[in-house]
Write a protein that binds this ligand. Sequence first.
Ligand SMILES: Cc1cc2nc3c(=O)[nH]c(=O)nc-3n(C[C@H](O)[C@H](O)[C@H](O)COP(=O)(O)OP(=O)(O)OC[C@H]3O[C@@H](n4cnc5c(N)ncnc54)[C@H](O)[C@@H]3O)c2cc1C
Length: 432
Amino acid sequence: MDCDIAIAGGGPAGLAAACSILRAVPELRVKVLESAPEYRPQGAGVLVNLNGQNALEAIDPQLYERMKARSVEVLGGETMDKDGKNGTFREMGKMFGFNLKEKYGKSLFFLGWHEIRETLYEGLPHGVVEFGRRFASYDDLGADGVVLKFKDGSSVRTRMLVGADGYFSKVRQQMIGDGPPEFTGNIMWRARFPLRQEFSTDRTRWWRENLNQFHGRFAVIFPIDKQHVTFVANAPVEHLDRHGLPFQADTSRSVQEDVYQKDNLQRCLTVFQDFDERLLKVLRETDPSTVTEHGLYERPPDKMPDEGWCRGNVTILGDAAHAGLPNGQGLNLALEDGAVLGWHVREGGISPETLQRFNAERGPRVREVLTKALDSHQGPEKIRILYETTFRPVQGHRSEEGAAAEPQIAPGQPALARQCIVHNSFGTGVMA
Ligand SMILES: Cc1cc2nc3c(=O)[nH]c(=O)nc-3n(C[C@H](O)[C@H](O)[C@H](O)COP(=O)(O)OP(=O)(O)OC[C@H]3O[C@@H](n4cnc5c(N)ncnc54)[C@H](O)[C@@H]3O)c2cc1C
């Protein structure tokens, strides 16, 4: 075996799963096989909600603190119409009818997507992530493990495969074969830029074509750390058609890979030309090479596969399993998946039964979040589902039910990589 667990895809889900498994069972040999040649600043920003924070804390309290230290707290939000008029401001502390920090000891934070990925990456021993490994297919050989095959003809043999390869997951295509997620008919643009005076970090600013509804065109600008701001804009595809701008829904590539094109910014400006001049000024001054454009796709929660997201020695998680709309839960659910997988590997070792137990726990939870927790009619129940969620800690803890099962290492298997030098932001050390 080349490793004990191979994770295809080094986005937030794959990295969180690797961090979690290695804290739960440090002697396992885990590989994250990422198609990109390297990590470079990409994406915009993400809201790290209380459920995501609880998951991170369960994975590793230090990792959580490190993430928080880079972030910026969400203080409030201003919503206005597309002309920048009729704005209303709501303080975060008053949005839910109670003070979040007082009640839960935590508040929401924003962080750049790249910084989230970077922090998780830095939390892994050197060499766990391998770049330039584009997964193509696998053979599940039962008791003999799984063989992953890559586009360049190379292969990796492992005991368990975790597919964390995003929206258009190749692992899912082979395992479930239910086709790509559905195109929602909406296009999204994203970019990040240095903080400016006019967009201080004290609030999120929303411009909405339909002030009371979340459809049609909207744009939002929010801080992602103390030095950067990000903008995200959404428009139904007919707005591109109206201006004679073509858009081809392409499910063959991962979500934001290769979506930098030189005219993205111009296309966005054309679609939003009748919006508030303050927003347009920012867009005009944005570096066009940083602007991404991509379609939005979804796997509706009522169409989740009955058999779950695992078969034999293989499972999927993150967007590969439950691609949703950019409603703030994509990242948070990915962190939850990672935290829960680590716990199950610790408890049950590497086996198909462990994956089944992991899936049995995640299916109902994901469905609940993607339906009830995002439904504004649910009121206090929505808040409870997201905010009162706790996770069983993976680091330095054992289950309440008893001693953790030892990871099942087959006799004669090569010695595990027991000592990895860790060079990360916590310092340099040895991970045994
Ligand atoms: C570049 C990028 C930028 C993003 N920016 C934002 C953002 O600003 N705000 C936001 O809310 N969401 C963003 N997202 C989406 C967000 O990351 C996900 O919704 C969520 O975090 C779930 O993460 P994931 O790891 O499951 O999926 P992803 O984040 O999509 O990660 C999947 C990973 O798998 C890799 N991969 C894909 N195919 C293969 C393959 N065949 N072999 C090996 N590796 C493969 C991809 O390169 C990627 O690193 C972004 C995604 C990407 C890829």
